[in-house]
Design a protein around this ligand. Structure first.
Ligand code: ATP
Ligand code: MN
Length: 464
């Protein structure tokens, strides 16, 4: 029987020197002399390797030669205190089993220090680097912390559909979902494509947001959140946009906008605190390699009260700044990342929550303010990122909502089910969406969103 495997994360905590252990993993480095070989093994459970010491007498030349960077092995041996520098323990190998070789000439991760651009081209192997191991463990921890936060608050996780028949959310261009033969499309008499022949009998797309269905959940379970992939076919080749990204969307009955701002601030601080407490190795590595201010920045964000002000006040500040922005500043224009970052990084030097945006630049479902011009929107702006959260109090009045969708020429028949929630037991409610990868960019200190998701989808790229 094969000996029980210990993950390296557990092993490095142990001090049962003298006992027999088995580790399995991938070889990071192998250096040897005539008498003795040193093999660094990593199994992805933790950033650190374990050092294996193999006596040349015990192993045949052939086996040792195949233990190259990238190969995979099982090692069984005795855990001993290390005499060498840099590690507390090592394994004195008694058995080594080679699972798979990795050809020295062709294995791409031979040497250290590959560029992030190069690693994107080998996204199938980049999880084996220290950088992506750290990011993927951090990503897991953030997802876990997110579920923990909501679970402890009594929110229920609602699974909303990926394929949607409504395209009124207006959050961006959608990806069409169809089983029609694109070379032979069924046509109606007037030449238009006949979607009644399509799989769902209607036009369908990939969702841009789970919000509308999230609201249905909140108006029954009180507090829910969704967490799932969302898709936007916007051709924005920026370091902050993906075509497929994950969004966390809490939706809360009986919350007004200020309750929602409080929740958003508490939520982000909880996630960052969790990272600082549970992902220390990862953050220290990323701080050292990519962003010397990372840990200090994370600490400063949890210590700060987020600044709260209206869109109108922000426009005044931007106008008075005397800055030459690339995009014009003016009431009624949407804020660009450069404006958001000026407010956060230079003016207030802390995260900012902007509220009460002009209704023209926001979707139909946001609650109108009494001024007739603005809506109860809320964007949370972060250093390095700009917008990290977008949310609002929702319009709960059936009349106001139907007025608005008529004005925006949104076909009411497509969202009759959404409108019915305002007819039957409507209540004040609110919610927001946090782009999970934007959070990851902030927490990891990486500067490109392509480097915080395992397999990024961007215009022109759907490999892996
Ligand atoms: P932006 O103006 O930055 O494009 P948005 O106004 O389109 O954002 P929302 O529609 O409010 O964003 O989406 C909610 C959240 O989802 C945003 O606050 C952001 O964190 C995230 N997000 C939006 N679009 C993308 C994208 N293409 N890639 C990654 N995250 C995104
Ligand atoms: Mn967008």
């Amino acid at each position: 029987m094969e000996p029980q495997r210990t993950k390296i994360k557990e092993l490095l905590k142990s001090d049962s020197f003298g006992s027999k252990v088995t580790v399995k993993g991938w070889v990071r480095t192998h250096r040897g002399s005539k008498q003795v070989h040193f093999i660094a093994v990593n199994d992805g459970s933790i950033i650190h390797n374990v050092q294996v010491v193999a006596d040349s007498d015990l192993f045949d030349e052939e086996t040792l030669q195949h233990i190259t960077t990238g190969s995979s092995i099982r090692v069984t041996g005795t855990l001993v205190e290390s005499m060498g520098k840099g590690q507390r323990m090592e394994i004195q190998a008694q058995e080594i089993e080679l699972y798979g070789t990795a050809d020295t000439e062709t294995y791409p991760l031979q040497k250290k220090g590959h560029s992030l651009e190069f690693l994107r081209e080998i996204a199938h192997l980049r999880p084996r680097t220290n950088t992506f191991g750290a990011i993927l463990r951090l990503r897991h921890a953030m997802a876990y912390a997110m579920h923990t936060f909501f679970n402890e608050k009594g929110f229920y996780y609602l699974h909303t559909p990926i394929i949607t028949g409504s395209d009124c959310e207006g959050a961006g261009q959608m990806f069409r979902v169809t089983t029609l033969d694109l070379n032979n499309l069924p046509r109606k008499d007037n030449g238009a494509i006949d979607y009644t022949e399509d799989f769902f009998g209607t036009e369908t797309n990939l969702t841009v947001s789970g919000q509308l269905e999230g609201e249905l959940g909140a108006l029954a379970l009180s507090e829910i959140y969704t967490f799932g992939p969302t898709f936007r076919a916007e051709n924005s080749n920026t370091p902050r946009h993906l075509a497929e990204f994950w969004m966390v969307e809490p939706e809360m009955a009986f919350y007004d906008l200020s309750d929602t701002m409080n929740l958003a601030e508490e939520f982000i601080k909880f996630l960052i605190t969790y990272a600082l407490e549970h992902c220390r190795d990862e953050l220290e590595f990323l701080n050292k390699m990519y962003d010397k201010e990372l840990i200090v920045r994370l600490q400063s964000v949890i210590a700060a009260d987020f600044e709260r002000l209206s869109y109108t006040q922000a426009i005044d500040i931007l106008k008075e700044s005397g800055r030459a922005f690339e995009f014009p500043v003016g009431w009624g224009h949407d804020l660009q990342a450069e404006h958001e970052r000026f407010l956060v990084e230079e003016h207030f030097k802390r995260p900012v929550i902007l509220i009460d945006y002009p209704q023209e630049i926001k979707p139909f479902y946001m609650k109108r303010n009494d001024d007739g011009k603005t809506v109860r929107a809320m964007d949370v702006l972060f250093p390095k990122i700009g917008e990290i959260i977008g949310g609002s109090q929702r319009e709960e009045s059936y009349e106001k909502l139907t007025d608005r969708i008529a004005a925006m020429e949104i076909p009411a028949k497509d969202i009759w089910w959404y409108l019915e929630t305002r007819k039957f037991g409507t209540v004040p409610h609110s919610g927001f969406g946090l782009g999970f990868e934007r959070l990851m960019v902030f927490v990891s200190g990486m500067s490109n969103i392509r480097d915080v998701i395992p397999f990024p989808r961007t215009p022109g790229n759907a490999s892996f």
